[in-house]
Design a protein around this ligand. Structure first.
Ligand code: KG4
Length: 339
């Protein structure tokens, strides 16, 4: 029997709904929130209000685009956390109301696990590019930088993670001090293409194991600008491309160094990347180069599934549906979690 899952994602500043039939995507609708651009970052209270406005039209559109009736749904999967509590409450409450009205199961999904499981979404029934277990997933977003050992759909272990800032945060905050618009990651990526990655030497963390740290890099970038601006007030304007290229080069070097170490120690050749920062062209190139050098089989999801989206939530929901892993109606969202 076919299983049809509605996924709902509202953990940060994207309201998204998607429909999956078994593991094949039927629709994936995402409504972004422009309201935060003026503030240089996501404002939680504004995000939850925008989710309230977006959720009904987004779900309606996802069901319509999928060509189904809401009565065809087998279950509703929603992001329970981690994320912004006010934002999560909107998706959680909606999912509870919807499943109660339709009398179908409610499925809670961990946002970070959903990013990993995005690799299993099929664009069509014959798509067979999914990773084989066990594999390593580098999850890099605005809020997380982790290396996850994935043994099965329902068996993941975080073997390394940032002890302070996330990689996306390092991109965004450094872009902000350069006066670039939010989110800075894509802007740095674009500027870096024109610059020299070795123009400026920035600090690298000395952390044991597979953990990351980006706060020292952020500080060294800030001090570099502060010192150079004293000598030349046009320093940033004149060196935008080189600064971007050097910053991107350093972040990628830090990320790839630990990923390679983990793959080598665990003797794993199957490597995936997930999260918003995986859209970075330099990171994609570095992963491809490592794959060539170390004989990795790599998995880079389509762009639409790298940033926050409900298709990955529906995908996780599908696996949980198979396991009959349903959640009670009194489940509350959580802001922080370890996989
Ligand atoms: O997974 P995601 O969409 O959501 C959150 O974590 O909220 O990731 C967003 C992050 C932001 O920090 C953004 O600057 C970064 O992903 N990002 C990029 C690129 N595209 C998005 N960073 C570097 N290069 C990119 N091309």
């Amino acid at each position: 029997m076919d299983i049809t899952i509605l996924g709902i994602e509202s953990s940060c500043d994207d309201t998204s709904a998607a429909v999956l039939r078994n593991d094949v995507i039927l629709s994936n609708v995402i409504a972004g929130q422009k309201v935060h651009e003026a503030y240089g970052g996501v404002v939680p209270e504004l995000a939850s209000r925008a989710h309230q406005q977006n959720i009904i039209p987004v779900v309606h559109q996802a069901i319509k685009q999928a060509g189904i009736q809401k009565e065809d749904l087998s279950a509703v999967a929603f992001t329970r956390g981690p994320g912004l509590l006010g934002s999560l409450l909107v998706g959680t409450s909606f999912a509870k109301g919807f499943t109660t009205a339709l009398n179908i199961p409610l499925i809670e999904v961990n946002h970070l696990q959903a990013h990993v499981l995005a690799h299993f979404i099929k664009q069509n029934p014959t798509d067979n590019t999914q990773p084989q277990f066990p594999f390593l997933c580098l999850l890099v977003s605005g809020g997380n930088s982790q290396i996850i050992l994935v043994r099965a759909h329902n068996d993941m272990q975080v073997i390394g993670q940032t002890i302070d800032d996330a990689a996306g945060e390092a991109f965004d905050k450094c872009a902000k001090v350069m006066g670039l618009p939010y989110p800075g990651g894509p802007v740095i990526d674009r500027l870096a293409k024109e610059g020299n990655p070795k123009a400026f030497r920035l600090s690298r963390p000395q952390i044991a194991g597979y953990d990351y740290s980006f706060s020292g890099l952020k500080t060294s970038f800030l001090y570099l600008l502060r010192d150079e601006l004293k000598e030349n007030p046009n320093f940033i304007e004149e060196n935008k491309a080189d600064l971007s290229a050097s910053l991107q080069y350093t972040i990628i070097e830090i990320l790839m160094d630990k990923l390679q170490k983990a793959a080598n120690d665990l003797n794993i050749k199957e490597v995936a990347v997930a999260g918003g920062v995986s859209a970075n062209s330099g990171l994609r190139k570095a992963i491809e180069e490592h794959a060539e050098k170390y004989h990795w089989k790599i998995h880079i999801p389509p762009f639409a599934f790298t940033t926050d989206n409900a298709a990955m939530v529906a995908m996780s929901g599908y696996f949980k549906y198979l396991d009959k892993d349903f959640c009670p109606i009194d489940a509350v969202p959580f802001s922080r979690v370890i996989i």
